[in-house]
Write a protein that binds this ligand. Sequence first.
Ligand code: AMP
Ligand code: MG
Length: 395
Amino acid sequence: VWLPVECGRSGKTGDTGVPGEGRMAYSYGNHEVYRYWSNGLKCDRVKRVSKKEIYMKTEIVKIDEEQIDQEAIARAGEILKRGGLVAFPTETVYGIGANGLNSDAVKKIFIAKGRASDNPLILHVSSIKMVDSIAKDITPLERQLMEAFFPGPLTIILKRKDNVPDIVTASLDTVGIRMPSNKIAHDLIELASVPIAAPSANISGRPSGTNINDIFEELNNKVDYIIDGGDTDIGLESTVIRVINNVIHILRPGKITKKDLEKYAKVEIDSHVLGDIKNNEKVLSPGMKYKHYAPNTKCILVYSDDKEKMYNKIKSLEDTNTIVICNSSNVSNYKKAIPYGYTEEEISHNIFKILREIDKKEASLVIIEGVKEEGLGLAIMNRLIRACSHNYIKI
Ligand code: AMP
Ligand code: MG
């Protein structure tokens, strides 16, 4: 797998900069810019590109979901149609969108995010008719699930049709499809009149963007257009499912829970949702393999059903330069604490923003209170376990 290597700037002619593992590098000569790709072992110069291709001038427009500025959204739809990148809000997190049927446009997403080429993208649609234009052999259960949960925070993996480019699906014979309920996202897809490939709007490996400050920090000059639609409602990415022999497999937990899905069929939670992945182990969803949501500061997750035990363990790990991210009712338990809310809904809404801010605090260690791995709590724990790189004490 070849991964793009992130900017190694030098300013000297012919200098390559330092390719880090799995990131994109550019070398900046006096007049020339080259793009490098690395497989973690060696770095290859693959293409000469213009500076313009790297630095785009980003336009940022505020749009109110209740009263959509028709002119502004039509412009965003036009940019998507002609192969540009638009960051936009959905009810889960912000996405970086491109015309999902245009390989060149989709390639730009991988470059902007530094995303591994074997991690497929979800196509976002505005109608069931659009689903049928990209997926085939849809079973009655899959149709029933779409009827029940579309539009909303559910992604369903279906057999793909041939018009879906390989770059979108990482050459799998399936494609992930979601219909967002956020009205800005819905109208944008309808105006573009093509399925929109849109992964979470963050550099790969970092916590997903859920508010305009984080989106600006992450994507200014990397996309053509940013729609500021305020804070996203749910704050965690969609539930990803795949139906195999009429059993629903949850590949990524989200707001739509096991209990919600059990009304329709037997549900199984993939073992990798909370567990680690061994080297070269085959997984149903390639995204499970990658480092995700992780701040640079070392983080540790602690959970026990017995609250006193959890508090005591965390207190034993604390020192003067540690920060505890915890339930808002527990702030006074600890030396230095950042509250993540009272309810699971509040935690889901706030957690990525807090994880993104944590590196600015320069703590020696961040200790995070876990929640029960049930309902929306399962989705929260799936993200927190990854944010802590599986550094998880369960007692
Ligand atoms: P993101 O784009 O960051 O929201 O992540 C999308 C997730 O959906 C990743 O974990 C992908 O691996 C997963 N995904 C997308 N398409 C497929 C597919 N065809 N089969 C399995 N997983 C998929
Ligand atoms: Mg993501």
